[in-house]
Every structure is written in structure tokens, then in C-alpha cells.
Design a protein around this ligand. Structure first.
Ligand code: GAL
Length: 680
């Protein structure tokens, strides 16, 4: 077990940048952190020049002096590898390391993450700095773990440098072996795109219609993901040679075009997430829509992180206002919100929460991205709240090591996620259904997991009573078989429209739909379309219950053992089939011919008997989230109130309030932004 997330303790940390402050402030900062409940700091992730100010010349005294103090005071340290910010001497001498935009124009020095993963020079220089840092610092007592880079694929998740084209060709040769196979897979006969030499292939470039062969772009995204993973693995392999036994390797994120599950499995001990729920109140993005879940939507990201890494931490947790000098304006967390967001992370399973950042930077583009302290470092409301959080967690230490529990899952896979980025039709239904199912689960207090098909064992899948797999457009025989096994063993699988109409290259299949899922579902899609903008509200009658269709309609007949459960009740397709069920072994599969609206997702949860699993024990208002953690013998219910006004829950049996140790029942009021943690 590593020295964090060891199942023994909930721990608080912060991000600290010794290079931003005069040295004579360090000691006082460390002492003050420890006094206020901070036990771990993450450092150094942007400070390449502090150890390699000139190419090939290494100086260690800066971090040695800082780590001496950490050792002395007993502060634990996560050391970051600095590859997110290459030094100016590096990009100036080797401009080929720079990432470029789709027109091939390089991103220059001055921001961060402007490198590409595939430059051999960058790989060599990165490997060297990581090795040098690990060789020198890894034995330090205070260091407990390492963070690789910072937020892989953040800022830009698209790469268009020459090095990327060269590496893309190698990737494709590995995948297809011959150009004939590649031409076939990409359907290059369309618009005369046929390749006759590997060198003719490039990463996508600017085209006249801003569209590139979609099958190529799908492979290009897979390639970006593989490039980021390899870059991470290169660092991880080096670090593993030097770190002390029990020290861990992690990275923070989570960003697009990257198979984070695979990366974690091959390179990390666990994954960490950077949680900024205040983005929900950012001026650029703020929607004053009462149905919008706002900061509660961050629970969805936490659900995602949990699926990547059962054991996970928060490397950066919001503690102040958001803002760069060039973009983003979000207010400071209101009194109680810093606590609420910390509890949101813990409710979803994080046992380590580290705040971004200790003191707000007085320099650079992030001068408005506030930390716990303002520029002056004076005592303030947020550090007082940190003390309260620390005191509150002291009473909840038994939560450590327990895991979030859900019986409903939303199935995902990277091939379909990547395809949805390439294909607008796919993207629109995917996003709408995922949002609807998440929101329905939130509002009905039905804990939800994301279940990644390629990273979940059949035994783990069997633990879910209901799995939604909204729009698996891309399908292959193995996946169809996995789904069949899940249903045969008693699971309930709910598929939405547009299932299995593509192969794994994103080419449309010529079979009757839903293609490889036809046999399992006993459904036959005879016609399909977007809902016309002037069609009005399209509804489905499911044996007397009305469902609201969304975005798309597959007209679907039941065949063989299939049962027609619901029909459209609107427009020209009134009376056509919309929902087919089929019993397979001990379970049931549903083919639902549209995307999910929140209303429809709610009906499914209720009809399938999985909504609100705790309603016998507790009644919670819609405005609050209910999360469950369990260690196998105890269940811990978290009720999170995201509103700035009190909410009341009804306890229908006696439970222990973890904050006070008291047994309570009946009506309990939770203050605005408050969290109630109950043990049963
Ligand atoms: C994170 C990043 C930090 C800092 C913060 C505020 O995404 O990891 O380094 O930039 O956002 O912008």
C-alpha cells in the first residue's frame, strides 16, 4: 500500500510553488499549513528551469533547500515532473518539439503544454530531466509520491506537428500492416482519397470543407491517446527505477482524447482529478436555468474518475475564485461551498483532497485563480473554513477506504466516445442521453457508476442490476457477446437508438439494424430520422406510461421472441414501434428507439425498480444529492445540499450522524451548502 489513499485516513493537502515566493517565506508557510490541517503538498510540476537552467547543467540546491525544510517539519511531498512547461532554451533550440495548430503553425513559448508527445528530442530531454530529478530526490524522506507532467491533453488535445505525422504513420503501419488494408478500413475510395505510399498520410490538415475522412480522424484520436499514454509510461518506467518502496506514481486530469483507464492501468498507482465546480458559475458558461445542476454536475466527473481508478484523490480542489487575466471569471466560493465541494469529492470516494493552491499567485496569467490565501497571506475566511473541514474530517476518519456503491451503471467505451467527437450525429445523442441519465439518477437519488466496457470484468458487470448503454454506435462481436452474457446472467440492459450501426472503423454496416445486436434485442429498425424541428413534442406510450422522446427516432419492430412494449404516439410515425424488450436467460434487454430525455430515464429507473434505493431509510429532496459509500459492513449516506438555503430530510430509521456521533431519526435540517453524513 502506498503512503496516501492507504484506506487508513482521509488526508488534506495543497499545491505549493516554492519558486513563486521568497525563500524566507517557506518555513512559515509550511508551519502554517501543518497547523491548519494540511499534511501533503504537491510541488515542482512547472519548475524545469530550477533544476536545468541551461541545457545539460543540473542544479539541485533550490529544491534541496526546500525539501530540507519539509523533512524537518514533517511535511509530506508529491513531486511533479516538469514536462508540461519546457524551458525557453529548449523550445528555442529545438522548435520541432512544439505542438502546432491544424494549419501547422507552432504554438510558441509563453504558456504551457505547447509541446508534442512524439518529438524524439522532447522525449529524450524529458526522459533525462525525469531521471535526473528521480535520481537526486526520490530517496528523500518527505517525498511520498510523484505526479507525472500536469494535466495531459489539457489546453490542447489535438496535435498537428511534423513529429506527429511521422509517428502517426508508424502507428498506422502497426495497425494495418498494408496500405490496402488501411485504404479499405478508411474507405478511401470515397472522394478519391486512396493512398499509394505511407508518406502521403498526415495527421489531419486544413481542408477546403473543414472535414477530413471520419475513419481517419477516429484513428487519429486513438493515436493521440496512445501518444499521451506512451509519454506517461516513459516517465513512469523511469520513476519506478528510483522511487522508495511504497511511494506512488500518479497524474492529474481528466482530459479528452485520452484513454485514462488504460493509462492508469499501465503507468499509475492511482489517478487524481482536478475539481473546479465553480466553473458552473463562470461568467462565460453560466446558465441561469433552474434545471441546470450547476456545481452538482461535478459529481459526474467524479463518477468518471472513480471508474478510472477505484482508489483516487483530488490533486486540485477549488478553494477560491477562478480567473486568468485573459479568460474566466467565477466568484469566490461562498461560505460553506469549499466544504461542500470537498465533501462532494469525499462522497464519491476520494480519501485525499488537495486544495489549489496555498496562496494566490501575484504573477503570471493566473493572478485571479485564487487559492486558500490571498496575495497578502493574511488570515481569511477560506483558511478558517479549511480548519473547520479538517476538524470535521477528524470525526469521519472511519470513512477512509470505503467505496461508492451503485447498482445502476452507464456503459461507455472509448471507441464510441472518440467516434462521437468525429461524428456530429453521434455526439448529439450521446451527450443528451448521458446528461439525461445522470440528471435522472441525481434527482431520484439513484447512485450511478460509469462502467467502461473494456475495463470491467464480467463479474464486475454482473454486480449492476441495470446497465444503460445509450448509443453504442460502434459494435463488434466480442462486445455483443459480453452484453449477451450480462443479460443471460440476470442483468437488465437498456440500449438506445442508433445502436450498432457502425463497425469499429466507424463505417456504417449494411445489415438490418441494430446490426450485431439484432439477435440479442430481437428488434428490427425499419426507418430512422432526426426528429424534425417542427415535429413538436414526440411521445411514446409504454403500456400506458408516457415517455418523452429526444432528438432521434428509430422505428422499431419486435421480431422472434421480442415484445413490443411501447409505440410512438406522435407525428407520422404514430403507432410505430418505439420500445422492444427481449428476455434472454435470466435477464432482459430493451431496445429504446430514441435518445433519453431526463423524464424517460426517470421512467426507466422507476419501472425497472432501481430508483431511489434508500427510500425505505431516508427521504431526500430533489435539490440534494445522495451518495453512498460502504466498507462492506457499514453504509455511509452522504446528503449534499447544493443550495444556499436549508433542506430537510426525513430519516425513517435511526442512524448515526457521523459528525456528532449521535443517533438521530425523523426530520433533520441541513443548512445551506451543508452535508449530512449518516452511518447505517
Ligand atoms: C488546473 C491546472 C493548474 C492551474 C489551475 C487553474 O487545470 O492543473 O496548474 O492552472 O488549473 O487554472
Amino acid at each position: 500500500m502506498s503512503k496516501l489513499l492507504d484506506g487508513e485516513k482521509l488526508v488534506l493537502g495543497t499545491c505549493y510553488y516554492p519558486e513563486h515566493w521568497p525563500e524566507d517565506m517557506w518555513e512559515n508557510d509550511l508551519r502554517r499549513m501543518l497547523e491548519n490541517g494540511i499534511e501533503v503538498i504537491r510541488i515542482a510540476e512547472f519548475a524545469w528551469s530550477k533544476t536545468e537552467p541551461v541545457e545539460g547543467h543540473f542544479t539541485f540546491d533550490f529544491f534541496d533547500r526546500f525539501l530540507d525544510l519539509c523533512d524537518w517539519h514533517g511535511m509530506k511531498v508529491i513531486f511533479g515532473t516538469p514536462t508540461a512547461t519546457p524551458p525557453a532554451w529548449l523550445t528555442e533550440k529545438y522548435p520541432e518539439v512544439l505542438n502546432a495548430n491544424i494549419e501547422g503553425i507552432p504554438y510558441r513559448h509563453g504558456a504551457r503544454r505547447h509541446y508534442n508527445y512524439n518529438s524524439l528530442v522532447y522525449q529524450t530531454l524529458s526522459a533525462r530531466i525525469v531521471r535526473v530529478l528521480a535520481e537526486h530526490y526520490a530517496k528523500r524522506e518527505c517525498i511520498i509520491g510523484w505526479q507525472i507532467d500536469n494535466e495531459l491533453n489539457c489546453e490542447r488535445e489535438w496535435f498537428y506537428s511534423e513529429a506527429d505525422s511521422a509517428a502517426f504513420r508508424i502507428y498506422l503501419r502497426d495497425r494495418y500492416e498494408t496500405l490496402d488494408k488501411l485504404n479499405e478500413a478508411w474507405g478511401t475510395v470515397f472522394w478519391n482519397q486512396t493512398y499509394t505510399a505511407w508518406d502521403e498520410i498526415h495527421v489531419p490538415r486544413k481542408t477546403i470543407s473543414n472535414s477530413t475522412n471520419p475513419h481517419e480522424v477516429l484513428d487519429y484520436i486513438r493515436f493521440i491517446s496512445a501518444s499521451a499514454r506512451q509519454f506517461c509510461k516513459m516517465q513512469s518506467d523511469i520513476l519506478k527505477q528510483y522511487i522508495k518502496p511504497g511511494d506512488f506514481i500518479t497524474t492529474n486530469g481528466m482530459f479528452a482524447n485520452l484513454d485514462n483507464h488504460q493509462m492508469t492501468a499501465e503507468s499509475l498507482d492511482f489517478y487524481t482529478y482536478d475539481s473546479y465546480p465553480n466553473f458552473a458559475y463562470c461568467l462565460d458558461a453560466y446558465r441561469d436555468d433552474p434545471r441546470d445542476l450547476k456545481d452538482r454536475r461535478w459529481s459526474r466527473n467524479l463518477t468518471e474518475v472513480r471508474s478510472i481508478s477505484k482508489r483516487f484523490g483530488i490533486m486540485e480542489q477549488q478553494s477560491g475564485a477562478n480567473g486568468w487575466n485573459t479568460r474566466m471569471e467565477a466568484p469566490t466560493p461562498r461560505p460553506g461551498q469549499m466544504t461542500l465541494w470537498t465533501m462532494q469529492s469525499i462522497a464519491h470516494g476520494a480519501d485525499y483532497v488537495s486544495y489549489f493552491r496555498w496562496r494566490t499567485s501575484t504573477i503570471g496569467t493566473e493572478i485571479y485563480w485564487h487559492g486558500i490565501l490571498d496575495y497578502s497571506g493574511r488570515e481569511n475566511r477560506r483558511i478558517a473554513e479549511l480548519r473547520q473541514i479538517h476538524a470535521a474530517l477528524a470525526k469521519m476518519q472511519e470513512l477512509a477506504g470505503s467505496r461508492y456503491e451503485a447498482k445502476v451503471g452507464l456503459v461507455k467505451d472509448y471507441d464510441n466516445m472518440f467516434d462521437a467527437r468525429v461524428d456530429k450525429w453521434h455526439e448529439r445523442i450521446d451527450w443528451a442521453s448521458e446528461t439525461a441519465i445522470f440528471s435522472a439518477c441525481q434527482r431520484t437519488h439513484t447512485p450511478l457508476d460509469y462502467v467502461y466496457l473494456d475495463h470491467t470484468t464480467p463479474e464486475e458487470m454482473a454486480g449492476y442490476s441495470v446497465l444503460f448503454y445509450p448509443h453504442p454506435a460502434l459494435m463488434n462481436a466480442e462486445r455483443a457477446e459480453l452484453l449477451r452474457r450480462y443479460v443471460e446472467q440476470g442483468g437488465t440492459l437498456v440500449l438506445g437508438c442508433r445502436s450498432a450501426y457502425k463497425d469499429m472503423n466507424g463505417r456504417c454496416v449494411m445489415d438490418n439494424l441494430p446490426g450485431l445486436l439484432s439477435d440479442l434485442t430481437q428488434a428490427d429498425v425499419t426507418e430512422y430520422s432526426f426528429i424534425a424541428p417542427d415535429a413538436g413534442r414526440v411521445v411514446i406510450d409504454w403500456n400506458g406510461t408516457e415517455l418523452e422522446a429526444s432528438i432521434f427516432t428509430d422505428l422499431v419492430d419486435a421480431v422472434g421472441s421480442g415484445r413490443l412494449e411501447g409505440t410512438y404516439a406522435s407525428d407520422y410515425y404514430a403507432g410505430s414501434g418505439a420500445l422492444v424488450s427481449n428476455r434472454v436467460g435470466d435477464g432482459t434487454v430493451y431496445y429504446y428507439g430514441t435518445a433519453f430525455s431526463e423524464q424517460a430515464a426517470r421512467v426507466f429507473l422507476e419501472k425497472l425498480g432501481v430508483a431511489e434505493p434508500c427510500k425505505e431509510a431516508i427521504l431526500v429532496p430533489e435539490s440534494c444529492e445522495l451518495a453512498i459509500r460502504t466498507n462492506g459492513w457499514n453504509h455511509y449516506l452522504f446528503v449534499l445540499n447544493y443550495l444556499n438555503k436549508p433542506a430537510a430530510v426525513q430519516l425513517r430509521r435511526t442512524m448515526v450522524n457521523l459528525s456528532t456521533g449521535e443517533e438521530i431519526s425523523g426530520r433533520v435540517e441541513i443548512p445551506g451548502y451543508g452535508t449530512l453524513v449518516l452511518k447505517i
